[in-house]
Design a protein around this ligand. Structure first.
Ligand code: ADP
Length: 187
């Protein structure tokens, strides 16, 4: 977890490779669906472009299906999901039905103003439709309102690990790996 631009995608890929589990990135799945012009992509596009969350029922159904796939059987790393309390509740229910639960919630922390600058730099390289200053600011508001409560939720559950993600990528990676070393290997 972490605000837009905190480095979720970068560290999710690395950590998942390290753990030998698939990454399930809702943002990446939505962007792929948009690029493929699917019905889901058409639904998602206007929300992505506005910096708003795709409605919970759409996102939850997509993740439910993805978590049922064989490659997620022995573990998975979620990037960008859950982002709302409703998503967190649905995720609990999906996992409970499979007799499992989350091991850890990793929170990447960075000062918002630094993140706006990072995202504007990324915009020049990647040309993501949601990396304009106005949409970036909206994405932060949405994060604060809808996703920051989840940080407390996982804290109360005792599975939250907060990492200072303002350092360079290699330093943050070391801290992320330290969290991984606390996790039990899948049975
Ligand atoms: P970032 O966190 O940098 O904004 P992501 O790639 O994780 O980038 O997400 C991009 C967009 O995809 C979000 O702004 C939102 O529109 C949509 N999205 C991704 N994950 C979710 C989710 N769990 N629930 C609803 N919308 C989502």
């Amino acid at each position: 977890m972490g605000p837009p631009g905190a480095g979720k995608g970068t560290h999710a890929d690395h950590l998942a490779g390290h753990l030998g589990v698939p990454v399930i990135s809702t943002g990446d799945i939505f962007r792929a669906q948009v690029a493929d012009g699917t019905e889901l992509g058409r639904t998602a596009q206007r929300f992505l472009d506005a910096g708003e969350y795709v409605p919970d029922e759409v996102t939850n159904a997509m993740v439910r299906e993805r978590l049922a796939a064989d490659d997620a059987h022995f573990g998975f790393l979620l990037d960008g999901y859950p982002r709302t309390l409703d998503q967190a509740a649905v995720l609990d229910e999906i996992l409970a039905a499979q007799g499992r639960s989350l091991d850890a919630a990793v929170v990447l922390q960075v000062d918002p103003e630094e993140l706006v600058q990072r995202l504007l730099r990324r915009a020049e390289i990647e040309h993501r439709s949601d990396d304009t200053e106005e949409v970036i600011r909206r994405r932060f508001e949405v994060y604060d309102a809808q996703t920051s409560p989840l940080v407390s939720l996982y804290g109360n559950r005792g599975i939250r690990h907060e990492i200072d993600a303002s350092a360079d990528i290699d330093t943050v990676r070391i801290h992320v790996r330290q969290v991984a070393s606390l996790l039990q290997p899948a049975a």
